[in-house]
Design a protein around this ligand. Structure first.
Ligand SMILES: [Zn+2]
Length: 71
């Protein structure tokens, strides 16, 4: 197995920061490149993506009324 990223391995630890836009450009590029070739990290990314989107929505403090379900 050849190393493609040069940083040795999976990027799961970086996915949170990556999705929140908190990674330096070079690291974000490395994560993106790794996701292209690694199904496992891609799956992890796809799991986290909706969560980070939700967090972004909440931190924006603008919840569309249709998301608020009346009892
Ligand atoms: Zn990986």
């Amino acid at each position: 197995m050849t190393s493609q990223s040069g940083r040795g391995g999976h990027v799961r630890m970086l996915l949170g920061a990556y999705l929140m836009g908190g990674l330096p450009k070079d690291d974000a590029a490395a994560v993106r490149a790794h996701l292209e070739v690694c199904a496992r990290c891609k799956a992890e990314h796809d799991d986290l993506a909706p969560v980070s989107g939700l967090l972004g929505l909440l931190s924006g403090a603008q919840v569309p009324p249709r998301l608020i379900v009346a009892p």
